[in-house]
Design a protein around this ligand. Sequence first.
Ligand code: NAD
Length: 402
Amino acid sequence: MTEVVILGAGYAGLRTLGALQKSKEDIHVTLVDRNEYHYEAADLHEVAAGTQERERILFNISDVVDPDKTTFIQGTVVNIDREQKTVKVTNQPELRYDYLVVALGFVSESFGIPGVDENALSMVDVDQAVGIREHLEKQMNEYTRTQDEEYLKIIVCGMGFTGFELVGALVEARPQLAKLAGVSADKIKIASVEASTRLLPMFPEKLADYGSKHLADWGVEMLTGKRILEIKPDTVVYQNGDDENDRGEVTAKTIIWTTGVRGSKVMTDAGFSEKRGRVMVNKDLTDPDYDNVFIVGDVAAAMDEDSGRPYPTTAQISLVMGHLAAENIIHKVNNEATKEFTFKSLGTVASIGNTHAFGLVGKTAVKGYAASVAKKGIMDKSLLETGGMKEVLSKGRFDFYH
Ligand code: NAD
């Protein structure tokens, strides 16, 4: 029997699992994840803002594990020895594999900027997202005690896709937060600090401007062209434009760090040929150093021949990669040629809260309520591919019908 070990039950890992479990080959899978649940990482901002409950964006991994074909191990991967074909997981005997699928996902990146770890909240897993929500609620209560308006201020650092969607969700959460503080919603002040002057470069400028304008109209203070130099307690220190001596500060009791991510540190520790935790994979998604190791999701960089740059890290791409890794393992088991990774985007849509969004579906720009329906369709498709129909029926986004 062929032994396949999958590391990580995110979008990519679960997609590989689903496809391998459906195959008729004589394959046993061991799936490893540090949590007993899978979470939809693209929805973390909603939990952080408090516009969605934690349970809505996750489901138990055991729901999608077929016990006849797969063993699930809850534990943390500490090392991978590709020479010996073994994986070390905390409190477990060494795991041996014929084929390995590394799908360990991303961690927050501070770029070595001082004070980030100590003074800003990051949002890369469920516990951190819940932590942000609880922190916000605590600040609102502190306001009732002190009447200090600093407690009503929120700063989001970095306006990439994640920062943008988080700000949108925070705008939507404003009335709930204001209620806790006993103030009107306009008293909750949301600001963002971003190094670039051109937001969301994956969208045409007009479309990105549409999103920014909405946030500005809703009272978000968007500071652009301001590179963050340091996070001090309750203070973001930035540089104005290119002038090193021109510095400014903004203050708030809540500072959230969404200035970027890198691939899992395991990639570095285990000696993969990586850059910021991402490995430039072969066209069939194998590791350039070991052809029985597949690398998928946010720890993989696959070259996009059209743009000459690696594909970005997105849930959609992770799902396609996960499926191809399973197909290619089956090809290898049968001594057949492997297939190359290709990707055709269904579209990229950024939400601004629950009922507004904008983005591209194919090459067509979509905006407003219709875009938010498209976004929910994309979210449901992703949930279908990781969790199946059962999870879609209980956790899918159907609220666009009313
Ligand atoms: P990102 O790297 O895309 O964005 C980080 C932002 O922070 C950038 O705009 C950057 O200019 C800014 N920044 C970096 N250093 C800074 C500094 N010192 N001071 C001020 N600003 C600074 O990171 P992300 O938003 O976490 O996204 C990570 C990846 O995940 C991206 O590829 C993104 O497209 C993808 N993603 C996709 C979706 C989706 O498709 N629905 C959702 C979220 C994230």
